[in-house]
Ligand binder design. Structure first.
Ligand code: ZN
Length: 270
């Protein structure tokens, strides 16, 4: 059984000096692949570096998060776009543009204009390179779902989808994916989403180093949390854990184009 963490921030300073511990947890927990998401240019470069240092387990997503739009240096958006546009030279280490999006609560009551501008640049780069996008949409999911058809971006992951639940049928119709993480274990709302989303549109994540409640309280977030998330999904879906894991692995391959070779298996078995 192989599990995945489709959304973690390995380049976050909280994981400094802890990468080997995090990857050891992944191996012990049968987590065969992690997508290291980025927040700005610097973390994009470090996500890419981590993907190079840990082949066949760490993959990178490059981009500018809406929380960083106010703190960008003058050329940072362009330099991040350039890095995305040149991703082929890194031989499959870059699998998506992310984490990008809009955040309604992070605007200090200002309009979303500057976030929209950066989001547009990120979506355009993804479009040019046919890369999937990993989207943060707190308070902005309806707006994002209505603007996405203006871009030729076919593979979309709405990370930590929360609300409105009424949008789920449209998300499924479009063939988008969502991720759910540790709150699956203790949040009725998240469990309701899992009940309603077909398993073919669902992936698992930790969003580490974000910390969590319930059985995860006080612990450093690592892929070691993923087995309990997968177990909870299996319980909600009334399926075997192995069936859930296999489908989620298939979703991961469909979304990011990552296939699981013997070398990945060897890493896990070693
Ligand atoms: Zn994130």
């Amino acid at each position: 059984m192989k599990l995945v963490d489709a959304h973690i921030h390995l380049s976050d300073p909280k994981y400094n000096q802890k990468i080997s511990e995090v990857l050891e947890d992944a191996k012990q927990s049968n987590v065969a692949a992690l997508v290291s998401n980025s927040m700005n240019l610097q973390t994009s470069l470090s996500s890419l570096q981590l993907a190079k240092e840990h082949p066949n387990i760490v993959y990178s997503a490059l981009g500018i998060h809406p929380w960083n739009v106010k703190h960008l240096s003058p050329n940072e958006t362009q330099e991040t776009v350039d890095l995305i546009l040149q991703h082929e030279i890194h031989n499959g280490k870059v699998v998506a543009v992310g984490e990008i999006g809009l955040d309604h609560q992070y605007t200090n009551n200002e309009p979303l204009d500057s976030q929209l501008k950066v989001f547009h640049e990120m979506l355009s780069a993804a479009e040019k390179k046919s890369l999937p996008v990993i989207i943060h949409s707190r308070g902005t999911t309806p707006q994002i779902v209505s603007l996405l058809p203006s871009y030729n971006v076919k593979k979309v992951l709405l990370h930590w989808f929360s609300r409105p639940i009424t949008l789920l049928p449209q998300i499924v119709d479009r063939g988008y994916y969502i991720t759910e993480g540790p709150p699956s274990v203790y949040s009725n709302h998240t469990q309701e989403i899992i009940k309603r989303i077909p398993l073919t549109n669902l992936l698992t994540e930790t969003d580490g180093p974000v910390s969590f409640r319930g059985p995860f309280k006080g612990k450093m977030t690592t892929p070691a949390f993923i087995p309990l998330v997968a177990k909870t999904i299996a319980k909600i879906k009334e399926m075997k854990e192995t069936e859930v894991a296999d489908q989620i692995l298939q979703n991961f391959t469909n979304l990011f184009g990552i296939t699981f070779t013997e070398s990945a298996k060897n890493i896990l078995d070693s």
